[in-house]
Design a protein around this ligand. Structure first.
Ligand code: NAI
Length: 342
């Protein structure tokens, strides 16, 4: 089954997370930006994984206390803290999965693109260190604007001669998590069963939930499609406004990022049934990067699911064409930024 829900997989009977289990695998995970609003709860959720042996937490400040605190949880992984650029290389050596939620979040009135000027440079520098110290790792980019920061990361890795497009991921899991939640609520479906693929990118209209591909199959009125699509696209802004200046989604994001980490670790561990949506280098459309459902394997992206983009409804087809110019511009902005630096 193409089911990829954190809840359904992580809590199925053979994968129950028990907090004092012996490790089931020994992967090393690093979180860069670990003292932040996303970083802290994400580190906690990763600390609960029986697949992790070492959890490396990096930030420019305040990470020592986070690591000391988490290290008291009686779960298998060893937690280590790393502060500032001089400790970044040691944080990254030997790591299998690097998760990057470093950077500034939105405030009310801001778009994700407004974050570009600060976050582009942060992602460039962190990915450069990843290229030098753990070039074979899976890289999960959370820092916004994802539509641009993933292409920046790709350029940096190319310049260093270590780019593997199968291992660079923009984290769009939160869009899927939101789509699943909102659709289950609206259609009164059992939440754990619902899976809605979300394609395109990770900002505004570039977020395209494919409601016609919802599993289990559900039928929607035109009004439901419009309302659900717009709500999923603006869900991040819903949180930004509710937080009223205190940041953007952190807890649901940590949950979503932890699901993507867990899926990656299961794939690395040889599980042959791991599917997630992610913003990756892609041939599915004429754009160089595109979010879609992918099959994850030991080497990263193992396969795309082209049938997800076939048989779209007229609404989805139009939305797909409408998002392309914005997504293309964001990708090109990222590439231009990275190339200008050299
Ligand atoms: P935050 O401000 O609470 O935390 C960011 C952390 O990054 C801070 O601890 C800060 O010290 C650290 N940081 C800054 N520069 C750094 C550097 N050079 N190296 C290492 N760490 C550095 O922000 P929050 O809420 O955790 O958000 C982080 C990012 O995640 C933002 O860019 C936000 O837009 C993005 N985000 C992405 C989502 C997605 O779906 N992909 C959803 C929600 C947020």
């Amino acid at each position: 089954a193409l089911r990829a829900s954190f809840a359904s997989k992580a809590h199925s009977k053979d994968r129950t997370i028990r907090y004092n289990l012996q490790p089931q695998a020994s992967f090393r995970v690093a979180v860069l930006g670990a003292a932040g609003g996303i970083g802290q709860p994400l580190a906690l959720l990763i600390k609960m994984s029986p697949l992790v042996s070492d959890l490396h937490l990096y930030d420019i400040a305040n990470v020592k206390g986070v690591a000391a605190d988490l290290s008291h949880c009686n779960t298998p992984s060893q937690v280590k803290d790393f502060t500032g650029a001089s400790e970044l290389a040691n944080c990254l050596k030997g790591v299998d999965v690097v998760v990057i939620p470093a950077g500034v979040p939105r405030k009310p009135g801001m778009t994700r693109d407004d974050l570009f000027n600060i976050n582009a440079g942060i992602v460039r520098d962190l990915v450069s260190a990843v290229a030098d110290n753990c070039p074979g790792a899976f890289i999960h980019i959370i820092s916004n604007p994802v539509n641009s920061t993933v292409p920046i990361a790709a350029e940096v890795l190319k310049l260093k001669g270590v780019y593997d497009p199968k291992k660079l991921f923009g984290v769009t899991t939160l869009d899927v998590v939101r789509a699943n939640t909102f659709v289950a609520q609206r259609k009164n479906l059992k939440l754990i069963d619902v899976d809605v693929p979300v394609v395109g990118g990770h900002a505004g209209i570039t977020i395209l939930p494919l409601l016609s591909k919802t599993k289990p199959s559900a039928s929607f009125t035109d009004q439901e499609i419009e309302e659900l699509t717009v709500r999923i696209q603006n869900a991040g802004t819903e949180v930004v406004e509710a937080k009223a200046g205190a940041g953007s989604a952190t807890l649901s994001m940590a949950y979503a990022a932890a699901r993507f980490v867990e899926s990656s670790l299961r794939a690395l561990d040889g599980d042959g049934d791991v599917y997630e949506c992610s913003f990756v280098q892609s041939d599915l459309t004429d754009l160089p990067f595109f979010a879609s459902r992918i099959k994850l394997g030991r080497k990263g992206v193992e396969a795309f699911i082209p049938s997800d983009l076939q048989g779209l409804t007229e609404y989805e087809q139009k939305a797909l064409e409408a998002l392309k110019p914005e997504l293309k511009a964001s990708i090109e902005k990222g590439i231009a930024f990275a190339q200008k630096q050299t």
